[in-house]
Design a protein around this ligand. Structure first.
Ligand SMILES: Cc1ncc(C[n+]2csc(CCOP(=O)(O)OP(=O)(O)O)c2C)c(N)n1
Ligand code: SF4
Length: 278
């Protein structure tokens, strides 16, 4: 038999690892619209799980309601499609009960910052060790295109046909102000870059917040579109531990993508509890 070179074996192993991320996909085909940015997010998510070598039985994905709320159905792991706006408290409770699990909370901008907006400050200030993915398409997708908490002022939507009268929230500024110890922005159109950000967030010991810029191709035709994202998104070059610089990015660079802030020294909630009990 011909000798097989180690280069050849390395190459084969690489290929196996590349397709091996499919183990994290469930058998259910996503019900999202063709072209929705959420497909790119899931690609990044599956590959991040693979590269971190997470075991499926050690992962839990928790969602609220919305198109984004369907995420756990498409992940072959533990999951919970919970109530509208409640992915963060359910994910927090799970992490406190089962510290060994890697817990992801996911939510849309309406779910996370509208009905569920009261939960973000508390998970951030407590620094509970979960990773939160904000699928931010700046619109309510599932209910057919109403304005959300991140819809720009004056944008015409199905709930505000003459223009949105409300000023949008700034998700990065909120996460920083509430004390999140890891804050980043990702882009659904760059699954490779987003994968790296999800990996860094998952490895971070504390509450990790990622705002993911993603289009709703069905109900937003003029704001967060693929075309606008492609033209405007760029990568940040940020000193990760500088709150002043992070706040400046939050204010002035809505299309800058990458890690914006990370405090590696701060203890996460369960460490604090252990220390207080000693
Ligand atoms: C208590 C309650 N209020 C309102 C709704 C209707 N509703 C379902 S999803 C949704 C908004 C979803 O938008 P978003 O969170 O941005 O997620 P997307 O669908 O864009 O992923 C609303 C208002 C509901 N299901 N339950
Ligand atoms: S309605 Fe929008 S957010 Fe929902 S699946 Fe379709 S494109 Fe995606």
């Amino acid at each position: 038999m011909e000798n097989i070179s180690s280069d050849y074996l390395d190459e084969q192993l690489k290929t196996v690892k590349e397709i091996d991320f499919l183990q994290y996909r469930s058998g259910d085909l996503p019900t999202w619209c063709p072209g929705c940015g959420y497909f790119g997010i899931m690609d990044a998510f599956y590959k991040a799980c693979r590269e971190l070598e997470l075991k499926q039985e050690d992962i839990a994905t928790i969602s609220g309601i919305g198109c984004s709320g369907r995420t756990p159905i498409f992940v072959n792991s533990y999951g919970f499609h919970t109530l509208h706006g409640r992915s963060i408290p359910v994910a927090s409770g799970l992490k406190l009960a089962r510290e060994d699990l890697t817990v992801f909370a996911v939510a849309g901008d309406g779910d996370a910052l509208g009905i569920g907006g009261g939960h973000l400050p508390h998970v951030a200030r407590k620094n509970i060790n979960i990773t939160f993915l904000l699928f931010d398409n700046s619109i309510y997708g599932l209910t057919k295109g109403q304005s959300s908490s991140t819809t720009p002022y004056e944008k015409k939507t199905n709930s505000h046909p003459v223009g949105n009268p409300d000023s949008p929230l700034n998700p990065i500024k909120l996460a920083l102000s509430y004390g999140a110890s890891f804050v980043a922005r990702g882009y659904a159109g760059d699954p490779q870059g987003l994968k790296e950000t999800i990996k860094a967030a998952t490895l971070h010991q504390g509450f990790s917040f990622i705002q993911i810029l993603t289009p709703c191709v069905t109900f937003d035709k003029d704001y967060r579109t693929w075309k606008n994202l492609k033209e405007n998104v760029y990568y940040l070059n940020q000193n990760e531990n500088n709150m002043e610089a992070a706040m400046r990015i939050a204010e002035d660079e809505p299309n800058g993508v990458g890690i914006i802030f990370q405090d590696k020294e701060r203890l996460h909630y369960q460490e604090i509890l252990r220390q207080l009990n000693n």
